[in-house]
Write a protein that binds this ligand. Structure first.
Ligand code: HEC
Ligand code: HEC
Ligand code: HEC
Ligand code: HEC
Ligand code: HEC
Length: 405
């Protein structure tokens, strides 16, 4: 008798501790990614004799005018000033670590990172940075963020007659990985792909992905193709009056650009065979243009599909809605629940079916597809008062129906 009571007591205490533990995990501050070595600190520019002024995009642009003009239109140049980022960063307690990708050069940051107070590296030890430059900060992912390494300028040509030291890059895609991968395993995360899974998705498509959680080893950087798709080739001089060479556009279009998203998608909407007295239409989407999933990147991004049957006044008779989205449970543990985005080259169909002679008579069917940078609930939760739309249409088709005989 005494024994069972003791056992029950121990079990009770065990359950209570576990409940407190879960409760704590439901409210504790958390980070959705592991801070790994490749971005735990800003890029060190202390080795260079280049004055800060020489690192600014405008200075590079004085010689590389066309490239500067392109970069200026890109989201990279706005990685610090982008209003969605600003609000989200503040909502996330203005963590230092965000800066290491959004303003990665040490001189772009008010503080230097001396070390870390915790093993997760979420509490850096900071000290004022005498080399801080506010102008450089506002340039976000500036030229030097990608091109500066140990006092040299990285480039793929390598042997040019440049007025600055140059180092030959073996593969340009390696540049993208500093910021477009968050890797590193953690016992309490169960991701299928890391939080911004772009590179892992490409590896998976090529049959090279074996990760769980966050761990990611890119086996072959040159096969990722980021630069090939996001920086199209152009024949031009790198400086005014210079020799024409094979160069690349500095535009990096993605989710903010409807044309880029449309280019990645093949969408068909047509009638298909249905049962007796019924009609059915199918919308088929295929990711034909992106090596990663479509959409990719931050888990905010998603597509919505709406199929409707309309009467002759345009009123909805029937409606089907679908989300193409990565759905993750964040608490108490991070678990990838489901993922309905489009892997490369695998068609996905959504159908709508209805009685051919229904009343009121169906007059048309319509399909629309929209791209969302983030969803309305999250926009409201973080208090982002957007002036630019957070979603836009990428496809719309309306098919008029013949009257049923
Ligand atoms: C005074 C003019 C000038 C400035 C300022 C300048 N560059 Fe250059 N850069 C050149 C010239 C000239 C070349 C060689 C062009 C050629 O031979 O076609 C070059 C070449 C390059 C290359 C190609 C290297 C390769 O091996 O592929 C890169 C990348 C580059 N510059 C980046 C930058 C960046 C980033 C900055 C600013 C931090 C910058 N440049 C500032 C003149 C300049
Ligand atoms: C120093 C960090 C860094 C590097 C290196 C980097 N990026 Fe980015 N990239 C970012 C950040 C930060 C954003 C998001 C900025 C924002 O929206 O606030 C971004 C956004 C993008 C986007 C999305 C555009 C959109 O419309 O949302 C594309 C595409 C992209 N990068 C491609 C690349 C490619 C290709 C490379 C390699 C040549 C690369 N990036 C290198 C940090 C980086
Ligand atoms: C997000 C990363 C990134 C940023 C930001 C960036 N570049 Fe580049 N740049 C690259 C990559 C990658 C290449 C190599 C492309 C290749 O040849 O494969 C490149 C190539 C170049 C070249 C060689 C010619 C060419 O087009 O291949 C020059 C010159 C250059 N960049 C200048 C600049 C200047 C100036 C800025 C700022 C106005 C800038 N870059 C911003 C990634 C970047
Ligand atoms: C075969 C072409 C292709 C390759 C290779 C490719 N992309 Fe993309 N990428 C696209 C297209 C098309 C889109 C627009 C549709 C979408 O958002 O998925 C896109 C979108 C993006 C976005 C936008 C996501 C957002 O948040 O707005 C990012 C970031 C990105 N790519 C990064 C990369 C990186 C990093 C690599 C290499 C690891 C890469 N891409 C390789 C074609 C490509
Ligand atoms: C490892 C590099 C890295 C770190 C660290 C990082 N970001 Fe980013 N961030 C990116 C890249 C790359 C993109 C764009 C591509 C994508 O969608 O994945 C991006 C995009 C974003 C966007 C979307 C911007 C838009 O215009 O749609 C927001 C918001 C954002 N980051 C906030 C944060 C916050 C807040 C933190 C810190 C908690 C943070 N980021 C830390 C690399 C990083």
């Amino acid at each position: 008798m005494a024994m069972t009571r003791k056992r029950a007591l121990i079990a009770g205490i065990g359950i209570a501790i576990f409940a407190v533990f879960l409760g704590w995990r439901l409210v504790r501050p958390m980070n959705i990614f592991v801070v790994s070595e490749h971005f735990e600190r800003p890029i060190d520019t202390s080795s260079t004799s280049m004055p800060t002024d020489a690192l600014r995009a405008g200075t590079c642009g004085a010689c590389h005018g066309e490239i500067y003009a392109e970069w200026k239109t890109s989201i990279h140049s706005q990685a610090w000033t982008d209003p969605y980022f600003r609000v989200d960063w503040k909502f996330d307690e203005s963590q230092q670590v965000c800066k290491n990708c959004h303003i990665p050069l040490d001189r772009q940051q008010e503080d230097r990172v001396l070390g870390f107070r915790d093993t997760e590296k979420l509490e850096p030890i900071l000290a004022g940075n005498p080399d801080f430059d506010p102008k450089l900060q506002h340039e976000g992912v500036t030229c030097a963020a990608c091109h500066f390494k140990d006092g040299k300028i990285l480039g793929t040509h390598g042997d040019l007659d440049a007025p600055h030291p140059v180092e030959k890059l073996s593969d340009p895609n390696a540049i993208c990985l500093r910021c477009h991968i968050v890797q590193g395993a953690r016992w309490d995360t169960f991701y299928r792909y890391p939080p911004c899974g772009t590179a892992a998705e490409i590896e998976a498509d090529a049959g090279r992905w074996q990760g769980r959680s966050g761990e990611l080893a890119v086996r072959n950087v040159s096969e990722l193709g980021c630069v090939q798709c996001h920086m199209p080739v152009v024949e031009r001089a790198l400086v005014e009056g210079g020799r024409v060479r094979q160069a690349r556009r500095h535009l990096w279009r993605g989710g903010h650009d409807p044309a880029m998203v449309k280019q990645g998608l093949d969408i068909q909407f047509a009638e298909i065979v249905a049962g007796a007295d019924r009609r059915a239409f199918a919308l088929t989407l295929t990711n034909v243009g992106a090596a990663h999933y479509l959409p990719t990147g931050t888990p905010d991004r998603h597509l919505t599909v709406r199929l409707r049957v309309l009467d002759r006044d345009g009123q909805t008779l029937e409606e089907e809605n679908h989300f193409l989205k990565r759905t993750t449970m964040w608490r108490p543990f991070i678990v990838d629940l489901w993922d309905t985005r489009l892997p490369r080259g695998k068609p996905r169909s959504y159908r709508i079916e209805f009685p051919a002679a229904g009343k009121p008579a169906p007059a048309a069917v319509e399909a629309t597809v929209r791209y969302h940078l983030l969803d309305e609930a999250r926009r409201a939760r973080i208090g982002y008062d957007n002036t630019e739309p957070i979603a836009y249409e990428v496809f719309r088709s309306r098919i008029a129906l013949q009257r049923a005989q």
